[in-house]
Design a protein around this ligand. Structure first.
Ligand code: PGA
Ligand code: ZN
Length: 427
């Protein structure tokens, strides 16, 4: 049973405060977790509680969320068994009482929820991925490395937020990581040779000033070849343009590059032309979070050629995902535990997606930490593909390292998901 729950304010990878919770059980085992934080957040995400006290951390302190754990959540959960995850998560939601976790803060609730999972896993002396996923958890995800950063994650002239490489043609996760890292380093050499910047953005990808969004794709294709791989065969591309950030009225303004305002139809034409030209297998948020009509048309036109992932659109929210299923929108959902705020609801979203043939694409946030919970979660749910940043920065590669450990521990039982993990064919 739980004997104590406590929290403190710690830092994320951008140097902003975030919440760390610790759960201790009466057998002496414990679990600790740190929550991440997004920059290009969806409007319907659960609320991250910030103090708003401009005298501390520019208003970004999380002492209220910390106090909510120590003073409000702890008294309700202490004495209960840590392995009743659903019940404990439900109790926290009830205590919060709002539908977006704005009273206690999703950062407070999720920190405890994840720490509870870890404590229960350690009580049963099981690795986290096995405790969460059972004895059949064995599928290692394809890592999608965000090698060029733009949009809200960099101060360059790229409208689109994430340009990713997808090393899917590999016998193992370890070999996929090697392919990804070799390409990442080839890209650095190539940028330097062409007189372009090699400084990095929030997720560890390069953030050069380029002529156009297309140039970012072309540089990456050159880097794949320079590293000795075949674009499309060995390594494909994935994009998260995060278009909610570009929404203006009914259209999308490319304010960083050509400053043109495009309609949803013009955006869909643009994606179609990119799919014709480039080996792209996954498109996330190709249209904005309020553009359900545009998404319907886009899904009809492009599903079957490319995985269409809803991030800001769906916010890891089972109700929004159900709406997408009913309306034939997207064919995959981004899974970010802090968008919904408990481990239980995250797993509910995964279950719903699985039941309807939607993909689950697991994700970090742009503000991360050394916490590797999502690495274990990827194997537990067998989602087959995930994004956790570029090829550098310890808060990003910490997840790779944890997956390398898991693959090694599973030994011959481990299987690498490969290209089949992507929803690129019609069902
Ligand atoms: P965020 O970006 O963590 O800043 O929201 C990630 C994403 O848009 O997928
Ligand atoms: Zn996104």
């Amino acid at each position: 049973n739980i004997v104590s729950i406590s929290a403190i304010e710690v830092l994320d990878s951008r140097g902003n405060p975030t919440v760390e919770a610790c759960v201790v059980l009466n057998d002496g085992t414990s679990g600790r977790a740190i929550v991440p934080s997004g920059a290009s957040t969806g409007n319907r995400e659960a609320v991250e509680l910030r103090d708003g006290d401009l005298g501390r951390y520019q208003g970004r302190g999380v002492l209220k969320a910390v106090a909510n754990i120590n003073d409000l959540i702890a008294p309700v959960l202490i004495g209960r068994p840590a392995d009743e995850q659903r019940r404990l998560d439900h109790l926290m939601c009830e205590l919060d009482g709002t539908d977006n976790k704005s009273r206690l803060g999703a950062n407070a609730i999720l920190a405890v929820s994840m720490a509870l999972t870890r404590a229960a896993a350690s009580h049963y002396r099981q690795p986290l991925y096995r405790y969460l996923g059972g004895s059949n958890a064995h599928l290692l995800p394809v890592p999608c490395l965000n090698v060029i950063n733009g949009g809200q994650h960099a101060s360059n002239n790229l409208d689109f937020q994430e340009f990713k490489i997808v090393p899917h043609h590999a016998p193992s996760f370890a070999e996929a990581i090697r392919m990804g890292e070799e390409t990442f380093h080839a890209l650095k050499t190539l940028l330097a040779e062409r007189g372009l910047g090699t400084g990095i953005g929030d997720e560890g990808g390069f953030a050069p000033a380029l002529k156009s969004n297309e140039q970012a794709v072309e540089l990456i294709l050159d880097a794949i070849e320079a590293a000795g791989y075949r674009p499309g065969e060995d390594i494909s591309l994935a994009l998260d343009p995060a278009t909610s950030e570009m929404a203006e009225g009914d259209g999308y303004r490319f304010s960083r590059s050509d400053n043109v305002l495009r309609t949803a139809d013009e955006m869909t034409d643009l994606w179609q032309s990119w799919l014709d030209r480039y080996p792209i297998i996954l498109l996330e948020d190709p249209l904005g979070e309020d553009d359900w009509a545009g998404w319907e048309t886009l899904t009809r036109r492009l599903a079957g050629r490319v995985e269409l992932v809803g991030d800001d659109l769906l916010c890891t929210n089972p109700e929004l995902l159900q709406r997408a299923i009913d309306q034939g929108v997207a064919n995959s959902v981004l899974i970010k535990p802090n968008q919904i705020g408990t481990v239980t609801e995250t797993l509910e979203c995964v279950t719903l997606a699985n039941r309807h043939g939607y993909g689950c694409y697991l994700s970090h946030r742009s503000g991360e930490s050394e916490d590797t919970f999502i690495a274990d979660l990827a194997v537990a749910i067998g989602c087959g593909h995930m994004k956790t940043g570029s090829g550098c920065r310890s808060e990003r590669v910490a997840k790779f390292n944890q997956l390398l450990r898991i693959e090694n521990e599973l030994g011959y039982q481990a299987r690498f998901a490969g290209r089949d993990a992507f929803r690129t064919r019609r069902a």
